[in-house]
Design a protein around this ligand. Structure first.
Ligand SMILES: NC(=O)c1ccc[n+]([C@@H]2O[C@H](COP(=O)([O-])OP(=O)(O)OC[C@H]3O[C@@H](n4cnc5c(N)ncnc54)[C@H](OP(=O)(O)O)[C@@H]3O)[C@@H](O)[C@H]2O)c1
Length: 323
């Protein structure tokens, strides 16, 4: 089968389309014929060797797929062969991959593969950032950074559905800000402008945002703390800039503020909480109101170009590889 592999960490040029052996599902696993592979920002970090865990090479990239179950490993009786599924699975940039049978999600009717591939990682993350980490209460204001991105487009909508008051979205250009507004952001702010944090203060009547979902790192984290409300929660879930933030822990005491880390991989050790997130997301999807924005698709063979587009901040919503 064909797969996008790396033999060393580095730039997009280390990604190669190769012929490799089709995987065999082990006990408890299913074999999925991949129709669409979701790209996550973490894939870029894995390729560069800067992810939270070490990149062991050679490896096939990709953490997320949608496709059809074509074989069952020993001891597996469900889902049946032929079921359309989405899954968090290692080695997703390939024609076939395996996943734990217990961890695959049947795709709801009406959702095609390219949209289903956009859903597991970013959907669960967006929901848990608000519910588990942010502990969103009715009427609270929420600021979503990179609101036109994969996690961001879902988080803006979910915040509204989950009862947030004012939802603010940031992005780096006008068309991304328009997208954030179209998805329900009450206020859209360009965070490349020097005074963006002051703009947040202004629209929240000087109070600041109750919850801030932060994934840029460095200066944006530091400025986010300046526009966080008393009792506010700053949820840190990425560092797209690659920069580290520096702030005073003592300063947090004045306003009873919290800084909270989020990593989906660690939450996977709590299947009950993941199941809760999935079931809530399925309900929102069933209403037809939750829009999964697939901004760009690329053929599997052009995975490197897809990575380049994401790194250059040229993408909106989810970026999907069609296999
Ligand atoms: N902790 C977890 O478990 C978890 C799970 C999923 C995602 N994440 C994190 O969430 C963030 C979003 O992930 P995603 O997959 O949905 O990606 P994405 O938001 O679709 O793409 C990244 C966006 O980040 C923004 N950005 C800001 N500063 C940037 C910089 N210096 N370089 C590149 N992009 C920059 C860009 O939007 P603008 O042009 O509008 O600035 C860009 O479009 C990433 O940091 C990712 O690592 C974490």
């Amino acid at each position: 089968m064909k797969a996008i592999r790396i033999h060393e960490t580095g730039g997009p040029e280390v990604m190669h389309l190769e012929e490799v052996e089709q995987p065999t599902p082990q006990a408890g696993e299913v074999l999925i014929q991949v129709a669409a592979a979701g790209i996550n920002y973490a894939d870029l970090s894995q390729r560069k060797g800067t992810y939270l865990t070490r990149t062991h090479v050679p490896t096939t990239l990709g953490f997320e797929v949608a496709g059809t179950v074509v074989a069952l490993g020993p001891g597996v009786t469900a889902p049946e062969v032929g079921t359309r599924v989405a899954a968090i699975a290692n080695g997703g940039y390939a024609e076939y991959t395996t996943a734990a049978a217990s961890a695959v999600l049947p795709i709801p009717p009406g959702l095609d593969f390219r949209h289903a591939a956009a859903f597991p990682v970013q959907g669960i993350t967006a929901y848990q950032l608000l519910h588990e980490s942010g502990r969103l209460a009715q009427g609270e204001s929420v600021l979503v950074h990179a609101a036109a991105g994969g996690v961001g487009t879902l988080a803006v909508q979910l915040a509204k559905f989950m009862g947030a008051g004012t939802v603010l979205g940031t992005a780096s250009n006008a068309s991304k800000l328009d997208l954030a507004r179209r998805l329900g952001a009450d206020v859209a702010i360009n965070y490349t402008e020097e005074n963006w944090a002051e703009q947040v203060q202004e629209v929240t009547d000087g109070k600041g945002a109750d919850i801030i979902l932060e994934m840029v790192g460095g200066r944006i984290t530091e400025q986010s703390l300046r526009c966080l409300a008393p009792y506010g929660r700053l949820v840190v879930f990425g560092a797209a800039s690659g920069e580290r933030a520096s702030f005073s822990s003592v300063q947090l005491m004045y306003k009873n503020q919290s800084v909270i880390g989020y990593w989906l991989t660690a939450w996977m050790q709590r299947p009950d909480r993941i199941a809760h997130a999935v079931s809530e997301l399925m309900k929102y999807l069933a209403t037809g109101k939750l829009e999964i924005v697939v901004g760009q698709t690329f053929p599997l063979t052009e995975a490197a170009a897809a990575h380049q587009a994401i790194a250059a901040r040229h993408t909106t919503g989810k970026v999907v590889l069609l296999v």
